[in-house]
Design a protein. Structure first.
Length: 424
């Protein structure tokens, strides 16, 4: 059955968007599963754009389709059409489908290998993403760089003809370095920084040949995903013979830095990312932000007011405290208080996962401030665990496991010794 056009379905789309805004996670997952089956990009965008932040918190596995794979290197800078400005280092979501069609038509028979590699896969298939992506991204960059005119459906996506060339060239500049950007991101996620210098060198190779828009996108992606690599960007601007390339990268860094700081200062910036995103990602997110702010302070050439950075840190501190408190209540204290009987194995695992995620967030949040606040909340959590054990909600072993996560092995050992001395 052919899905109805977006224009014909506008009343239904508006009604569904309204329903989804108040829906629980289970309903949203069912709707997304149906949308993935229909595979209508316009319908998908119309329904899901208002929910992008919430979708990130669900950590959904989506089908690994051609368009999704193609734009993985650009994912952090893809924004809703209403949030896009031509002079900002980002890409409107409405441009993805038209650009993907250009690439697919340009690849011809080469697309067969991509399709076979990702067939039946989802977005957690890292090996398939690496294999197909390394074949697709550089070749897609060639196709987009050679595109002379926008396709017929470009203006149908609400895009001006005059933005086609700069946007397409900028996307091509990123895709040309897609494998290297992905290596840099993955190494940073696992804390392997030794290979960052070579990755950044590969990313910046021949950067002077790229348009300013492409350089700005590349710099912002590095700053967003791998802020530990910022000193390497600065080192590039301080050395090398290509003055034009150095100037371009410096401007791109400044542009990307300003955009990121502005996002953090906005009402929905830090609060929305940390509060609506998954607790499992919160610690890593705070680590990236604090690393980014530290690198700016270390950059003697950055014309950033120190009071501005202090204000962002104060805001980050407040948001971290709110996120920690909310995560503690939702994932640990409320389940313990609401338990009608002994906690089963599945709920125990959920609480232990929550505890580990809270500790990861707490470790990073302490670097921003309010250390005493986290000490107090963790003591309250440990006391709640002991109360639950006394009420029969937790077995002695499960109590000790949670105490070890929340307060450390020494606290768990001391509690064990105390219980044993009392004949527990």
């Amino acid at each position: 059955m052919t899905p109805p056009s977006l224009n014909a379905a506008q009343p239904a789309v508006r009604a569904l968007r309204h329903d989804l805004s108040a829906a629980d996670d289970r309903k949203i997952k069912r709707v997304i599963a149906m949308l993935d089956e229909v595979a209508d990009p316009k319908m998908n965008q119309a329904l899901l754009d208002p929910l992008r932040v919430r979708l990130a918190s669900l950590n959904l596995l989506r089908p690994l389709r051609f368009t999704r794979l193609l734009f993985l290197p650009l994912d952090p800078v893809i924004v809703a059409p209403r949030d896009w400005q031509p002079d900002e280092p980002s890409v409107p979501r409405t441009a993805l489908a038209p650009l993907a069609r250009i690439v697919r038509n340009g690849l011809g028979a080469e697309a067969i290998f991509i399709d076979k590699t990702i067939a039946g896969r989802k977005t957690d298939a890292m090996q398939a993403i690496t294999l197909a992506g390394e074949a697709l991204w550089p070749r897609a960059a060639e196709v987009l760089a050679a595109a002379a005119a926008p396709p017929d459906h470009w203006t149908e996506a609400g895009l001006s003809i005059k933005v086609f060339q700069p946007l397409t060239r900028a996307v091509a500049a990123v895709l040309r370095r897609g494998p290297q950007l992905r290596w840099l991101l993955r190494d940073g996620e696992v804390g392997v920084f030794e290979s960052a210098e070579q990755a950044v060198a590969d990313i910046l190779k021949d950067i002077g040949k790229e348009p300013p828009e492409g350089c700005a996108l590349i710099a912002r992606l590095i700053l967003l995903q791998s802020p530990h690599a910022a000193p390497l960007l600065r080192r590039f601007t301080a050395s090398g013979a290509d003055q034009a390339a150095k100037t371009m990268v410096r401007r791109a860094i400044d542009h990307g830095t300003e955009q990121m700081l502005s996002d953090m200062e906005s009402d929905a910036g830090l609060s929305e990312e940390l509060n609506r995103g998954p607790l499992a990602n919160a610690g890593a997110m705070v680590r990236r932000i604090t690393t980014f702010l530290h690198e700016i302070e270390e950059d003697s050439g950055a014309s950033i007011d120190r009071p501005r950075l202090h204000a962002i840190r104060r805001k980050l501190d407040q948001v971290c405290r709110e996120r920690f408190s909310d995560g503690l209540n939702t994932g640990l204290l409320t389940p313990l208080a609401d338990a009608a009987g002994p906690v089963d194995g599945n709920n125990q695992k959920l609480m232990e996962s929550c505890g580990r995620e809270l500790r990861e967030l707490e470790i990073e949040a302490r670097k921003v401030g309010s250390a005493a606040n986290y000490d107090r909340l963790l003591r309250e959590a440990a006391a709640a665990v002991e109360e639950a054990a006394a009420a029969g909600t937790l077995t002695p072993v499960r109590k000790l496991r949670l105490i070890e996560i929340l307060s450390g092995p020494e606290a768990a050992a001391a509690l064990y010794e105390r219980d044993m001395s009392r004949g527990g």
